[in-house]
Design a protein around this ligand. Structure first.
Ligand code: HEM
Length: 432
């Protein structure tokens, strides 16, 4: 429906809203599945410029491209995070993603408290024990390997597959299956929250034991209310959700890249062998060791630049906003996408070339251009966690194994995270 605006007001951005309801959703989703989402967006900016309107997932949307746009999206108070309806139903309506202002700052503060480097230091050794889901399970729930953890792995995989799906809740739809998985996972987590609450009341565990005890200890001090059980469950689901698939995607694509890039493989191997040589065979890595892995992290950053796990995300305009000569009406959603700066040749020279040395001098990278972890008030609070788990994992992978890809198809689709077409089978051989 066309909105008439008074003549003195700025115009809406250029572009078409497409067909009612579906708009351009299928076009974008199809492009993401065939891994051409980036080109799809580039065609839009070539046609309409860096600000254009379209309709995605049933909502009027403004797509913004470039570092200035990223700065605006990441810092403006007039924008709230906007999740597709399917994602809110699956992650929960009381997670940090749904909060704004003071409430967002408070709950984010509690999560950051838990993810800060001093706390992470304690986990460098356990980090070596398992893969990302195991890690997040131990950290967030204090849950070791076993039946409950296995059930959760399945449920989270099913939940993820419905996050960017058409939100129709029927027994056979992707979304319906995801919602049922969400209910099972939430029930399991609620049980764990209640157990921990009792243990805390009996002083049999400490508030800084894991994320749940940390959230249970928040508020109730006269200044602020304690979090409700729903808020604790939804934020636990969020952290487990945001914290394992993103990192495992990064690790997957590092392993895929190193298999085909002997020069960078040798640099990474040498750096990690030097660290390993200075230690006894079973001695755990220290914080200092992790900070020595400079080339390994630059390589991971270049993987994050070229194949960002998070394609982009949405905001919602809380009021009419004037931006760069256009109006973004209240209630419209705003889309930002990492490729608009990370693959821009004016910012990253020859952006198609894989070159970790771009990150040797971070001050040469203009602000709001490398945005794999977002920016501003909602910058990923797990970025340090992701850095450490990636480096620790890569250290053991390169020093202890050799591998080569055993698949012909090296392609991937975005559903919505980058997913190798054949699951990326590799031949893995222990060294010595
Ligand atoms: C390579 C790994 C990761 C990548 C690429 C990544 C990327 C991102 C990005 C781009 C955002 C911002 C979204 C936006 O502004 O629209 C974000 C937010 C978030 N991430 Fe991560 N992330 C990673 C790992 C993690 C980990 C390990 C955790 C937790 C342990 C985590 C927890 C979160 C949370 C809770 C938010 C929401 C913050 C807020 O709204 O204030 N992420 N992440």
């Amino acid at each position: 429906k066309k909105t008439r605006r008074p003549p003195h007001e700025k115009p809406l951005p250029p572009g078409s809203l497409g067909f009612p309801l579906v708009g351009q959703s299928f076009g974008l989703l199809r492009a993401m599945r065939s891994n051409t989402g980036e080109q799809w967006l580039r065609r839009r900016s070539n046609k309409y410029g860096p600000i254009s309107k379209l309709s995605l997932f049933g909502r009027n949307t403004v797509f913004l491209a470039g570092p200035g746009a990223h700065k605006f999206v990441f810092t403006s108070d007039a924008l709230a995070l906007q999740q597709p309806k399917s994602a809110t139903a699956i992650i929960g309506s009381r997670s940090l993603l749904e909060m704004i202002g003071e409430e967002h700052r408070r709950v984010r503060g509690a999560l950051m408290q838990f993810l800060k480097p001093e706390v992470l230091r304690r986990y460098v050794h356990p980090l070596t024990k398992g893969l990302t889901f195991d890690l997040i399970c131990s950290l967030v729930l204090g849950l070791e390997r076993g039946k409950i953890r296995e059930a959760l792995v399945q449920d989270f995989a099913e939940m993820l597959s419905g996050v960017w799906a058409v939100p129709i809740d029927l027994p056979f739809t992707k979304f319906g299956k995801s919602l049922r998985a969400r209910r099972r996972a939430a029930q399991l987590i609620s049980g764990i929250v209640r157990q921990k609450k009792t243990l805390l009341e009996q002083r049999k565990c400490s508030p800084d034991q894991d994320l749940i005890t940390c959230l249970l200890g928040l508020g109730g001090d006269g200044n602020s209310e304690p979090l409700t059980e729903e808020e604790i469950v939804d934020n636990t689901v969020l952290i487990m959700f945001a914290g394992h698939d993103t990192s495992s995607t990064l690790l997957t694509f590092i392993i895929r890249h190193l298999a085909n890039d002997p020069t960078n493989y040798d640099l990474v191997l040498r750096e990690n062998e030097d660290i390993a040589k200075a230690k006894a065979p079973s001695e755990a890595l220290t914080w200092d060791d992790v900070n020595k892995m400079k080339h390994t992290w630059r390589l991971a950053m270049e993987v994050l630049r070229t194949i960002p796990p998070v394609f982009g995300n949405f905001r919602r305009a809380l009021k009419d906003i004037e931006y760069e000569g256009y109006i973004i009406p209240k209630g419209w959603q705003v889309l930002w996408a990492s490729s608009t700066t990370q693959m821009d040749e004016n910012i990253f020279k020859s952006p198609e070339n894989f070159d970790p040395s771009r990150f040797e001098n971070p001050s040469c990278i203009p602000p709001y251009s490398f945005v794999a972890f977002g920016g501003g008030t909602r910058i990923c609070p797990g970025n340090e966690f992701a850095r450490i788990e990636t480096l620790v994992m890569m250290h053991y992978v390169v020093t202890r194994f050799k591998w080569r890809l055993s698949c012909k198809d090296n392609g991937f689709a975005r559903i919505p995270l980058p997913t190798p077409t054949d699951g990326l089978p590799i031949d893995l051989e222990p060294k010595n």
